[in-house]
Design a protein around this ligand. Structure first.
Ligand code: DX5
Ligand code: ZN
Length: 225
């Protein structure tokens, strides 16, 4: 995965035109990562795509793929996404019994491990095991659909994570996902977010590449103050 410093912009291909996925990914070659939203119709009430499309995305770009698994029993499926070319595999803590064991399994394969939580899930139990993860993905919408409104109350989780990561000198990255746009990215950046997923804001824009640059500038400005 890219070592480029924050702000990291990760366009979500969930909002892309799937009939020309390669072209859409090429249009955001100035991004830092590509975000791949996998939904199983069980963990979330929506179905997106699986490992084959993830592998197709991998073949169409040199950018690292951060793969967000919104699926039940991720431990049964992570190997497929590792094989598909994921740089980081993110699973939901609500979906598996032993998140630390799963993170260790992913890391043992040489891939970064991330955890995510639904907006209603408390971050506290995971703060003490942060060193087991390369990335913490804070959901700022209910997982399942693109195009929803940003939930500003979720920034409390970002602030808590930032405190713990900085005070313990950890390298875990904080990523935020849901409703990120030019209007909302500054507040997330100011709270201490490193990486920003943006689906609709990027792929519904007339120039997705230019929108990536605009989002990055907004995030940089917010940190500069
Ligand atoms: C929601 C997904 C998000 C989604 C973001 O379940 O995890 O990654 O694609 O889409 P926007 O940016 O449109 O909120
Ligand atoms: Zn996502």
């Amino acid at each position: 995965m890219s070592e480029r410093t924050a702000p990291i912009i990760s366009p979500s291909i969930l909002a892309a035109d799937f009939s020309r996925l390669g072209e859409q990914i090429a249009a955001v070659s100035n991004a830092d990562w590509i975000h791949v939203d996998v939904m199983d119709g069980h963990f979330v009430p929506n179905l997106s795509f699986g490992a084959d499309i993830t592998a197709a995305a991998f073949r169409s770009t040199d950018l690292p793929l951060d793969v967000h698994l919104m699926i039940e029993h991720p431990e049964k499926w992570v190997d497929n996404y590792i094989k598909a070319g994921a740089s980081c595999v993110i699973f939901h803590v609500e979906a598996t019994e032993d998140p630390v064991a799963l993170a260790r399994h992913i890391r043992a394969a040489g891939v970064r491990a991330g955890f995510s939580l639904r907006p209603g899930t408390d971050i506290e139990p995971y703060l003490e095991v942060l060193d087991e993860f390369d990335l913490a993905l804070v959901m700022s919408v209910e997982p399942g659909f693109g195009g929803q409104s940003f939930m500003p109350d979720q920034l409390d989780k970002v602030r808590k994570l930032r405190d713990v990561i900085d005070s313990r000198g950890l390298s875990t990255l904080i990523e935020i996902d849901g409703g990120i746009s030019r209007e909302t990215i500054a507040s997330a950046a100011a709270a201490g977010t490193d990486a920003f997923v943006a689906g609709s804001a990027v792929f519904k824009a007339s120039d997705p590449g230019a929108e990536v640059d605009a989002l990055r500038e907004c995030a940089k400005d917010a940190v500069r103050g």
